[in-house]
Ligand binder design. Structure first.
Ligand SMILES: [Zn+2]
Length: 277
């Protein structure tokens, strides 16, 4: 290696180091600090996967739901091909009538059969015209895939770890009262804001993913309209009972449905005009 090549190689170290600790998020296109590597992210997902599947009714093997299973696999196969970030995405249909879906870090997605059944049974079109069931399933799937692709679960874990260290340091150098104040008054706003932005990010990039895969992104708007209505069986709003993301089970972290619908309408207009791809 010549001395010039050697010098150029040494000069590129700071950039390489920066790219390692603050890489570009392939979904959002913005740089973010990262200290949980991809392998660990997938490992976390695998570790929690079995428990989450059991919580959501276990793997659905009933032949009655073969059609639903096949539909889920078909949609996953199409979306995976167009995902911004390559991960071992995998969707499992679980055996519960509860309307629920969620994604673990690393790309494992749990989809309850109750959610497909309810979307299939719903006759309202919310003024959006006919939308096939496959596109509605793709709307939920793409939203969940973006949670994993954009590292929402991993970033939440990173923030939790950082916060734990800060609390520990604060409790060592200052009065315990400060640590208690920090936990009660600062933690919730941080995570509330963070999780709301995650949801909107997943909505926006999920709709982009749908369009790339040849699905109608309007289906995402249909799903949001459905969730903002009252559930016919329980009599309470869908959004108040559904958990679309098991990593943030605090339902108040989800943006208000109307807010979400407004954002989705803007995204839809940008996608239709070609300003967003
Ligand atoms: Zn979500």
């Amino acid at each position: 290696m010549s001395s010039i090549t050697k010098a150029a190689s040494i000069c590129s170290w700071p950039q390489k180091f920066y790219d390692t600790i603050r890489p570009m998020n392939p979904v959002t296109g913005s740089r973010q600090f990262r200290f949980i590597p991809k392998g660990a992210e997938i490992g976390f997902g695998n570790y929690f996967y079995h428990g989450v599947v059991q919580e959501q009714g276990g793997i659905c093997r009933n032949p009655v739901y073969t059609e639903h299973r096949d539909l889920l696999q078909k949609v996953t196969g199409r979306l995976v091909h167009h995902a911004d970030r390559k991960l071992p995405y995998e969707a499992i249909l679980t055996d519960t009538g509860v309307e629920n879906a969620g994604c673990l870090p690393g790309g494992k997605i749990v989809f309850c059969r109750g959610l497909i059944e309810s979307m299939q049974a719903e006759t309202r079109d919310f003024g959006l015209g006919y939308i096939p069931l496959e596109d509605k399933v793709a709307a939920v799937m793409s939203h969940e895939m973006v949670h994993a692709g954009a590292r929402h679960g991993a970033r939440t874990l990173e923030m939790t770890l950082c916060l734990s260290v800060l609390i520990y340091v604060a409790s060592q150098v200052a009065a315990l009262a400060f640590a208690i104040f920090f936990v009660h008054y600062l933690r919730d706003p941080i995570f509330l804001g963070y999780s709301r932005s995650n949801e909107l990010e997943s909505d926006r990039h999920g709709m982009k993913l749908m369009q790339r895969a040849g699905y109608d992104p309007k289906a995402a708007l249909w799903v949001m309209h459905l969730f903002s209505t009252t559930h016919p069986r329980t009599g309470i709003k869908w959004f108040d009972q559904i958990i679309l993301y098991p990593m943030d089970k605090i339902l108040s972290t989800h943006p208000a449905p109307d807010d979400r619908i407004q954002h989705a309408e803007k995204t839809l207009a940008l996608l239709a005009s070609g300003k967003l791809k």
